[in-house]
Design a protein around this ligand. Structure first.
Ligand code: UD1
Length: 385
């Protein structure tokens, strides 16, 4: 295996799309505090809009990426292939001891394939989550990444079970908690200062938030129409804020559903929000309706009812020990669940190890692992003593 004898443990860290940024942020901070790992940050450029990208780096204090592959958008095959083509020379040049990937986006799987074929170990943060629905691109990305990764960091007990069932050896699996929640807890006070409610003229606990971007919801006109039927009802009772993903906006622009949306006077469509404004908006909402994965986790910690507009979730702990409920796309089911959510008592449960310290645990495990594999102890070891 390649080692970096003079510089300590060298890890290329990959991020590419919006949900990766809040996962990479606490890791970069933990590396800095620990001092034993030499991180290189690679941005694939899967997300490139200022609102989906730069704002998060600024707000979450993520270092400017050392390398930006600037791949942009494309079909799954084109985007994945483009990331691979541009990532391979980076790995060859820097000869890292490991490549660390987070989450389940196309950048995650593309860089995993490149590293593995160059015999560089892959570390996967947020391993083991399974929706058991292979029509989801993210499920395919998760399966391939986990099957190739050397070190698998897991956020919830279901992830450990899933990996064991797939034959992953116990010594590769580490249940460490949730780096996304590290970011949420770390930036909670700062998010509290946001003035987004004043800007949108909203009253705390008297509005709902909706986000939708999954192809199964927004590329399928029938499904999207069913969800809109529910939103028509909900916005007649309270304002509904809809920070709209570019994919969703593009689809509405070319569909007759756009006219239906325009007629909902209490549905406020806004551009994607920065992290701090969005956390503030969610934390004071009466209810959140979403098809996102990460928002199911964030609402659980914020104790805000979450209605997930999907038939399955890869994050079952948010149902068992959180505020999440699967409601699919049936309008009546969504409306009924919305009414029930409004009268729900506030949940105080919190999944195990979602305590803001996941990144620290990950860095500890990586350091032990690298020593066990013969990667020399880092030159900065004394810093953390
Ligand atoms: C990706 C992830 C998804 C994640 C989501 C969060 C995959 C397979 N999907 O989906 O898991 O939940 O990010 O947002 O990796 N676009 C822009 N500006 C951008 C980025 C995208 O306008 O900065 C538009 C483009 O038209 C693009 C479309 O959005 O074709 C989809 O972007 P893409 O990165 O392919 O997937 P997402 O739907 O964002």
């Amino acid at each position: 295996m390649l080692t970096n004898k003079e510089n300590g443990v060298k890890i290329i860290n990959v991020c590419g799309a919006r949900p990766n940024f809040m996962k990479i942020a606490p890791l970069m901070r933990a590396y800095r505090a620990d001092g034993r790992i030499q991180p290189i940050l690679v941005h694939t450029g899967q997300h490139y809009d200022e609102k989906m990208n730069k704002w998060f780096f600024d707000e979450l204090d993520i270092p400017v990426p050392d390398i930006n592959l600037e791949v942009g958008s494309g079909s799954h095959a084109v985007q994945t292939a483009e990331i691979m083509t541009r990532f391979e020379p980076v790995v060859l040049q820097h000869k890292p001891d490991a490549v660390l990937v987070v989450g389940d986006v196309n950048s995650t799987v593309a860089c995993t394939l490149v590293a593995t074929k160059l015999n560089i170990p892959v570390i996967h943060v947020e391993a083991g989550l399974r929706s058991f629905d292979r029509t989801m691109p993210e499920e395919v990305n998760r399966l391939v990444t986990d099957c190739l990764a050397e070190l698998l960091f897991v956020t919830e007990p279901s992830g450990v079970e899933n990996l064991r069932c797939e034959g992953v050896a116990d010594d590769k699996i580490h249940f460490v908690g949730n780096v996304m929640i590290d970011t949420l807890l770390g930036f909670r006070d700062k998010a509290a200062e946001s003035t987004v409610l004043e800007t949108l003229r909203l009253e705390a606990k008297h509005y709902a938030v909706v986000t939708l971007h999954r192809p199964s919801n927004v590329d399928d006109e029938e499904t999207f129409a069913r969800i809109l039927t529910a939103l028509e009802q909900i916005q007649s009772q309270m304002p509904v804020v809809f920070p709209m993903h570019p994919r969703t906006r593009a689809n509405l622009g070319k569909s007759p559903l756009g006219a239906r949306v325009a007629e909902m006077s209490n549905l406020r469509i806004v551009d994607p929000l920065g992290y701090l404004d969005f956390m503030h908006l969610m934390s004071r909402a009466a209810c959140v309706l979403t098809d996102s994965g990460g928002i199911q986790e964030e609402t659980t910690i914020l104790s805000v009812p979450c209605l997930t507009l999907r038939e399955n979730t890869e994050r079952p702990v948010t149902i068992d020990e959180g505020t999440n409920q699967l409601v699919g796309s049936d309008p009546q089911k969504i409306i009924d669940a919305f009414h029930t959510a409004l009268s729900a008592t506030e949940s105080t449960k919190r999944p195990a190890l979602w305590d803001g310290k996941a990144a620290e645990r990950i860095v500890e495990v990586i350091n032990k692992w690298s020593v066990a594999r013969g990667v020399p102890a880092a030159k900065h070891a004394s810093v953390s003593q």
